[in-house]
Write a protein that binds this ligand. Structure first.
Ligand code: NCD
Length: 303
């Protein structure tokens, strides 16, 4: 039985297969409309989410399956003190596959060890967010036609942003990727990531001003300042509007730059940018459903 804890759990060949399947689902949704008839997905969300939870629910529903679950730790038995290990053993009796989000890093891994069903990490604290990374990779592969040879700028909260950490980890396996990290000093990418890049001889730069590097980017990955991971409100207020991508900054970018964002957005991309054909973040959310459909089929060995 297979789980998904990190994007690295799949080899690049396996990812290619998964993305081919996701693209086929996009082209021929009817073919898959009953692929999960009679199957149940449990969504166990101990932390708020709209997109990830609903995109899992949408994915399973579009495959003909059903969904059970909770979207708030307070409404689950965790509020009575039940451990994640016990909860997953129960969930294993009720469903065929589980997507779990938890504020504690490693909690989905603990669940996977006890589970009788495949467990998908739907985000654990500031650690990993593998299904967002699969979404990001599928979007890049579908819209750029490749997953190698590009310069990607990651901008915003690179310290707490788990989508950023997951995506960097996944991209280092592809050829000729150059990273530009754009963040205020306080929100720089963690040392363990830059150490890993140095070790592998992967080129990266750390800068503060977005404008300076904009012309060099093939992809710009904007992120939200992760309010919920700050220890004090003052720091958050000072940093939250550090970057605002607007139409003026977009004039500095390449004609075919891809602007991505895992969403939710707060102020970091002004709404006027949404009409720019290079803004791909809503399309990215759509790819999130296809890739989760492909993932469910793969982990249930129905693909
Ligand atoms: C991200 C997350 O939860 O880490 N959202 C998502 O799943 N699309 C990004 C964020 O919350 O900023």
């Amino acid at each position: 039985m297979r789980h998904l804890m990190s994007p690295l759990d799949f080899s690049t060949e396996e990812l290619d297969k998964l993305f081919d399947l996701a693209n086929d689902i996009e082209q021929n949704p009817q073919k898959y409309a009953h692929a999960c008839d009679g199957r149940i997905l449990a969504t166990c969300f101990y932390e708020p989410s709209t997109r990830t939870r609903l995109s899992f629910e949408s994915a399973m529903t579009r495959l003909g399956g059903r969904v059970i679950g909770f979207s708030d730790a307070a409404s689950s038995s965790a509020a009575k003190g039940e451990s994640v290990s016990d909860t997953i053993r129960i969930i294993s009796c009720y469903s065929d596959i589980c997507a779990m989000r938890h504020p504690k890093e490693g909690a989905p891994m603990v669940a996977a060890e006890r589970a009788g069903i495949p467990v998908i990490n739907a985000g654990d604290g500031g650690h990993q967010h593998p299904t967002q990374t699969l979404t990001d990779l599928l979007t890049i592969r579908s819209m750029k036609g490749k997953l190698d040879n590009f310069t990607i700028g990651l901008c915003g909260d690179l310290k707490f942003g788990r989508t950023v950490h997951s995506l960097i980890n996944a991209l280092v396996r592809y050829k000729n990727i150059r990273f530009i990290f754009i963040s205020p000093e306080e929100l720089k990418v963690p040392d363990y990531i830059t150490d890993m890049l140095k070790e592998r001889n992967i080129p990266y730069e750390e800068v503060i001003r977005l404008e300076d590097v904009m012309p060099h980017l093939d992809i710009l990955y904007m992120t939200r300042v992760q309010k919920e991971r700050f220890f004090n409100e003052e720091d958050y207020v000072r940093l939250k509007d550090f970057y605002i991508l607007d139409t003026v900054k977009m004039t500095l970018a390449k004609k075919d730059i891809l602007v991505l964002h895992p969403l939710p957005r707060v102020n970091e991309i002004s709404v006027e940018v949404d009409d720019d054909p290079r803004a791909a973040y809503f399309k990215q959310a759509q790819y999130g459903v296809y890739v989760r459909m492909a993932l469910i089929l793969t982990l249930l060995e129905l693909a």
